[in-house]
Design a protein around this ligand. Structure first.
Ligand code: IPM
Ligand code: MG
Length: 360
């Protein structure tokens, strides 16, 4: 097995650098524990990229990412860049990375740590034991469809346009990913669409159903997205794998994350190309940036997904999950998951606690 890896580190904006710093601590520990040789190449992205070069995804950043074995990303965006041209917004960097790296599959696990069952806004019995994986299509759909933009009509009024488009190939390959990951889980896929209104997602349903014929051991069901949003808070444990489009996946994964207590807990993996990208699903949280109170666990758990999906090593992922679980069981909480009687800690302290568990 290979033991030299190059990792592109893109801390980004807001709390991005803080949480990435804790993930690097974990990488360093795994490096020595596993006898690896890691090269970490840190480059700016998002608002930081814009400040450094005038573009949110500088060429050097993209090349560093392309040449790496995996990318670790913090978060991008912030109020400072909200009024610059759309094409230069920090968020464009994420979309650029996803499409340039060919990362068409985004895996977002919403798994509850037992110690956090009371941190959820939902009743304990509704979410206890929850383990959902959202498989979100990431390089197509309305996020990338043409035509797009805002134009002025002959009468001087304006119109805004975005286009929802999926090709057969795009649907088939993401459906395969969902069926394949389901085979290693509870073997249930819920494909989420809006087939009652949108032709494109009726087509999605048709192609998912056709692709499913090759995966007889997996159970496939379909659900409209509005119903799915409702079912996620009514009875989330009915779901195993949720397969859906780019935009529906964006929305439903935020919703699913809150079932686990905090959006600060959820890691993600974007795969499909040669180089996978790993990031917390939360944003840059400018309101708490620089205050040392951000939850680094989602980014730390993303490192685990990196080992699992990009380096084909299951063990470090299990170590990380166990370490996080143990720290939570000992009562340590960042403010976003704090509850009465627990011990409140900041970003670096939380990182240190997890690091110590993994070192042992
Ligand atoms: C996410 C984010 C991004 C998205 C934004 C920041 C472009 O919300 O990764 O879920 O919409 O995909
Ligand atoms: Mg989102």
């Amino acid at each position: 097995m290979k033991n030299e890896y190059t990792i592109a580190v893109l801390p980004g904006d807001g709390i991005g650098p803080e949480v990435t710093g804790e993930a690097i601590k974990i990488l360093k520990i795994l490096e020595s524990r596993l006898g690896l040789n890691l090269t970490l190449n840190e480059v700016p992205v998002g608002g930081a990229g814009y400040e450094a070069t005038g573009h949110p995804l500088p060429e050097e950043t993209l090349n560093t990412a392309k040449n790496a074995d995996a990318v670790l990303l913090g978060a991008v965006g912030g109020p400072k860049w909200e009024n610059i041209d759309f094409s230069l917004r920090p968020e464009r960097a994420l979309l650029g990375l996803r499409s340039s790296l060919g990362l068409y599959a985004n895996l977002r696990p919403a798994k509850i740590f037992p110690a956090l069952a009371d941190a959820s806004t939902l009743k304990r019995e509704v979410i206890e034991g929850l383990d959902i994986l959202v498989v979100r299509e990431l390089t197509g759909g309305i996020y990338f469809g043409q035509p797009r933009g805002v134009e002025t009509l002959p009468d001087g009024t304006r119109k805004g346009v975005n286009t929802l488009v999926y090709t057969e190939g795009e649907i088939e390959r993401i459906a395969r990913i969902a069926f394949e990951v389901a085979q290693k889980r509870d073997k249930k896929v819920m494909s989420v669409d809006k087939a009652n209104v949108l032709e494109c997602t009726g087509f999605w349903r048709e192609i998912v159903t056709r692709t499913h014929k090759e995966y007889a051991d997996v159970e496939l069901q379909h659900m409209y997205v509005d119903n799915c949003a409702m079912q996620l808070v009514r009875n989330p444990k009915q779901f195993d794998v949720i397969l859906t489009t780019n935009m529906f996946g964006d929305i439903l994964s935020d919703e699913a994350s809150m079932l686990t207590g905090s959006i600060g807990m959820l890691p993600s993996a974007s795969v499909g190309g040669k180089t996978g990208m790993y990031e917390p699903i939360h944003g840059s949280a400018p309101d708490i940036a620089g205050r040392g109170m951000a939850n680094p666990l989602a980014t730390i758990l993303s490192v685990g997904m990196m080992f699992k999906y990009s380096f084909d090593r299951e063990e470090p992922n299990a170590w990380i999950e166990t370490a996080v679980e143990s720290v939570l069981n000992q009562g340590y909480r960042t403010p976003d998951i704090m509850s009465p009687g627990m011990k409140e800690v900041g970003t670096t302290e939380m990182g240190d606690l997890v690091a110590k568990e993994i070192e042992q």
